[in-house]
Design a protein around this ligand. Structure first.
Ligand code: NI
Length: 181
């Protein structure tokens, strides 16, 4: 098991389109296990492979309170979505500290392979439906901030870049201090 580094907006690698997984083998199962560990460590409810710099169609989700109901969706395809829409606050491990209202289909039906490679149809509503749509967007290179106005997205970009530069400065300073000690 290993924690994987998570890419942060506006990293261009988050805009890449993931390719289908050809075989659900030991490598893919290990990747899914590492993604779940990374998601839990970051207190997220979903993570897409794109976010950990892997261009393959893999999603992990756990919306349970107890964090004991992991789901792995490989090569997910949308079968159906409801006309009914819901609006809720969304966040993303790749857009830390930002929460904005986004509209999604209230219900979806999705077909995907699980971690054993078995095909499953999933009917989702509520938080699970929103989470699945959010994560499937990642696999197409789309982030929830792409649904916001250009002005809002620009502000978020500026704020995150500033935070990222600040974190880099602090890291440099830490390395310099430790190198000198
Ligand atoms: Ni996300």
């Amino acid at each position: 098991m290993a924690l994987l580094p998570i890419l942060h907006f506006p990293d261009a690698r988050l805009q890449r389109t993931a390719r289908p997984v050809l075989a659900v083998d030991a490598r893919i199962r290990q990747l899914a296990a590492d993604m779940l560990e990374t998601m839990y460590a970051a207190h997220g409810i979903g993570l897409a492979a794109t976010q950990v710099n892997v261009d393959e169609q893999i999603i992990v989700i756990d919306i349970s309170e107890e964090k004991n109901a992991p789901q792995v969706l490989i090569n997910p395809t949308l079968l159906w979505q409801s006309e009914e829409r819901v609006e809720g606050d969304e966040g993303c491990l790749s857009v830390p500290g930002i929460y904005e209202k986004v509209q999604r289909a209230a219900e979806v039906r999705v077909r995907a392979l699980d971690a054993e490679g078995a095909e499953r149809d999933i009917a989702a509503s509520g938080l699970l439906a929103v989470c699945i749509q959010h994560e499937m967007d990642h696999l197409k290179g789309r982030l929830f901030v792409d649904y916001l106005s250009a002005l809002k997205r620009g502000r978020i970009r500026t704020r995150l870049l500033k935070e990222q530069r600040q974190a880099q400065r602090e890291e440099k300073e830490r390395v310099r201090r430790e190198g000198a000690a």
